[in-house]
Design a protein around this ligand. Structure first.
Ligand SMILES: [Zn+2]
Length: 196
């Protein structure tokens, strides 16, 4: 099979002997940088508008009972029967894994699973206008027992990376970090958006 010669996009953009491209794909209009929030982050290189899809994430789907590193995974559940279906995890293998959490995020992640092919998809949509240089964030909404201290520095920060609906499951040693007044505000906003 003849392979069309490709222009090298950047120094490491080459196909290995088994035909699998080794480097992570670059993100259109986005860049990985050192983050003010945590570790690496992704900033916008151009403006995005509310509702724009910023990026699709590539990943590998795992079932809950498989051995894998879930550090950069999105949780997949069937919305209607989340209690019965085994949880699956979409391990992000591209640069989308560097998108940080914030309590007042500027993007929202959506996921679906193609019913025919079983292929999972994940994509990030702008919740508001995003300016050049602004870091992309979304709400990790961790389960209560997996809560972690939050350093997002957002005025809406509740002190922990956690789903506000699961505060009762937060380990006792992390409970003092919760900023109750902001948590109340967040819950009120969530109720309003669910009524809308
Ligand atoms: Zn926060």
């Amino acid at each position: 099979m003849a392979r069309k010669k490709r222009e090298a996009l950047f120094p490491f953009d080459s196909l290995s002997s088994d035909g699998v491209s080794s480097p992570m794909p670059s993100l259109d209009g986005l860049k990985v940088v050192q983050s003010k929030i945590h570790g690496y982050g992704i900033v916008a290189l151009r403006p995005f508008r509310t509702g724009d899809v910023l990026v699709f994430g590539d990943g590998v789907l795992y079932h809950e009972d498989q051995e894998f590193d879930d550090t950069y995974s999105l949780v997949y559940s069937d919305a209607e029967d989340a209690k019965e279906a085994p949880d699956r995890y979409f391990d992000l293998i591209d640069q989308t894994r560097w998108i940080n959490h914030a309590c007042g995020p500027n993007t929202e992640v959506s996921t679906d699973l193609d019913a025919k092919t079983g292929q999972p998809h994940a994509w990030w949509t702008a919740l508001r206008d995003i300016e050049v240089g602004e870091e992309l964030t979304y709400d990790y909404a961790f389960s209560g027992h997996l809560a972690e201290p939050c350093n997002c520095n957002n005025s809406a920060c509740i002190g922990l990376i956690v789903d506000p609906a699961e505060i009762s499951d937060v380990p006792a040693k992390l409970q003092p970090l919760i900023k109750s007044d902001r948590l109340d505000e967040r819950r009120a906003q969530t109720e309003l958006s669910e009524l809308a």
